[in-house]
Design a protein around this ligand. Structure first.
Ligand code: KG4
Ligand code: ZN
Length: 343
């Protein structure tokens, strides 16, 4: 069974083909980062227009990469949410239309389920049950996962997502969008002892997160350290980046440990753009070694948005779900993981 996966929920056009015998046989990605850089964030209308330009050529490239023709494709999976409505509509319209033309089933995939299942594409995939920490530009969630499709949301951010906090703080430090990875690089030069920020909401029970206060504490420290030339010296910037990253990462680690304690589960899956963060990986790896459990991540390329995770999730569901052949093109810009329906 060969499934074409299409991802267009935000600022990456991703197309991949997953074969249930051979694994991933094509993976194409076009990032719109340059297109949005001048605006300091994603411009939804520009994103949709660019997905229109890139999706079909990427599908053609994926077929060439896998040495297949459209007649070899057994199903089409596309991201139907959560995400930007116009961007989602592009992938959904192309996905449903191609499936109709090729006379194969189409399936709407939840983007966050795609992230959650991305570590399944690796050689040593996680076993159920596990706690998933999903950390992306739009979401910070802890999920109790007992099987495919069985996702219980046990904690989430009540304001900014982890990636969003990284990006906004990076912007304050003068780094280009999306600044998460750049801030992390800058933090490598920082002194861990110069500044200290609070680990929000760790002093009370519960698994929810809040990062807007941390962002404000960081912003205040930046303003307090502006010198007579109206700038901040590079070392101070690095020290602030270090303190911010340590506070955010420690918070994620403390809440993940709490979720593991509460569930009794031995495995942790970390996915989404922020799972590429080196400090987070080091601290979670140390935590899981201490607990004699295991932590699983996607490869770095599959932490951020991609078509492979959508093709994979689509294949799993096309195999077991009773998918409708309805031609209605529907997307769900807000689509919580615990309200999954397959359409
Ligand atoms: O999963 P993703 O590609 O898109 C969403 O679904 O939101 O995540 C993108 C987010 C951005 O906020 C980006 O700055 C962040 O992931 N990110 C990182 C790193 N790499 C990407 N944040 C911290 N450290 C990184 N190395
Ligand atoms: Zn994503």
């Amino acid at each position: 069974m060969k499934i074409l996966g299409i991802e267009t929920s935000c600022d990456e056009t991703g197309v991949a083909i997953y074969d249930d015998n051979k694994g991933l046989i094509a993976n194409q990605l076009y990032s719109q980062i340059k297109l949005h850089a001048d605006y300091g964030g994603v411009v939804p209308e520009l994103a949709s227009r660019d997905h229109i330009r890139k999706t079909i050529p990427l599908i053609q490239s994926a077929l060439i990469e896998a040495n297949l023709t459209s007649a070899d494709i057994d199903g089409v999976a596309y991201t139907a949410g959560p995400g930007l409505i116009g961007a989602l509509m592009v992938g959904a319209s192309i996905g449903r239309s191609l499936a109709y033309a090729w006379n194969v089933p189409a399936i709407a995939v939840n983007h966050m389920e795609g992230h959650l299942l991305a570590p399944m594409l690796e050689e040593n995939p996680p076993e159920f049950p596990f706690i998933a920490l999903l950390v992306s530009g739009g979401h910070t969630q802890l999920i109790r996962v007992t099987n495919i499709g069985q996702y219980q949301l046990i904690g989430e951010s009540i304001d900014d997502a982890a990636g969003e906090a990284f990006d906004k703080t990076a912007k304050l430090l003068g780094l280009d969008y999306p600044g998460g990875a750049k801030l992390s690089k800058l933090a490598e030069q920082g002194d861990t002892s110069r500044f200290h920020f609070p680990r929000p909401m760790t002093d009370r029970p519960g698994l929810d997160f809040s990062f807007s206060g941390l962002k404000t504490a960081t912003a205040n420290t930046i303003y307090q350290n502006i010198n007579a030339n109206n700038t901040i010296d590079t070392q101070t910037k690095a020290d602030i980046a270090r303190a911010f990253e340590d506070a955010l990462v420690d918070t994620l680690v403390i809440k993940s440990r709490r979720a593991l304690d509460q569930s009794g589960f031995k495995h942790l899956v970390v996915a989404g753009g922020v799972s590429a963060n080196k400090t987070l990986r080091q601290k979670l790896t140390a935590l899981m070694q201490q607990r004699k459990g295991q932590v699983y991540y996607p490869r770095l390329d599959f932490c951020t948005d991609n078509g492979a995770m959508i093709a994979y999730a689509g294949m799993i569901h096309l195999k077991k779900a009773n998918v409708s052949t309805d031609l209605t093109i529907n997307v769900k810009p807000r689509w919580p993981l615990n309200e999954l329906v397959y359409f």
